[in-house]
Design a protein around this ligand. Structure first.
Ligand SMILES: [Zn+2]
Ligand SMILES: [Zn+2]
Length: 138
């Protein structure tokens, strides 16, 4: 239940109303290591809130990304996926089953931002994304 206090606090900080729907969406995200898509979260939340639309779930997830409590996992071509773990970590993405596995690596954490990016942009996150075939699919 601890996450509710934390979640409520983050919402207050960002002047976001804490609604039962938002709590439900976050509940299905927190501790979820599958990097779920909007549809997956929607299917879970719908059991509790049958009238909540896919679009509302999607907007809720994007709002969470805006206030920095979930990361959007980009660049895999499929539907957008969400990651409740915003701490430094990296991903292995299986091209066959679509599973995204977290891993940690100090050397990857320390990767330098290329000069021409650092000069022009504000870098707020770094993540190494490896693609290939997972042990289950090999
Ligand atoms: Zn796989
Ligand atoms: Zn992750």
């Amino acid at each position: 239940m601890e996450y509710i206090a934390w979640f409520t606090e983050r919402c207050r900080e960002h002047k976001l109303k804490v609604t039962p729907q938002r709590i439900a969406v976050y509940r299905h995200l927190q501790g979820n290591r599958q990097h779920p898509s909007t549809e997956q979260i929607f299917r879970e939340v719908q059991r509790e809130f049958p009238t909540m639309s896919l679009d509302t779930v999607n907007r809720t997830l994007l709002t969470f990304a805006d206030i920095g409590i979930v990361d959007i996992v980009e660049g895999y071509g499929g539907p957008r996926r969400f990651d409740p773990d915003c701490s430094p970590h990296h991903h292995f993405h299986c091209l066959r089953c679509g599973r995204i596995t977290d891993f940690r690596n100090r050397d990857f954490d320390r990767l330098e931002v290329p000069e021409k990016i650092a000069r022009r942009c504000v870098v707020t996150g770094k993540r190494v994304s490896l693609t290939g075939i997972c042990p289950e699919c090999r």
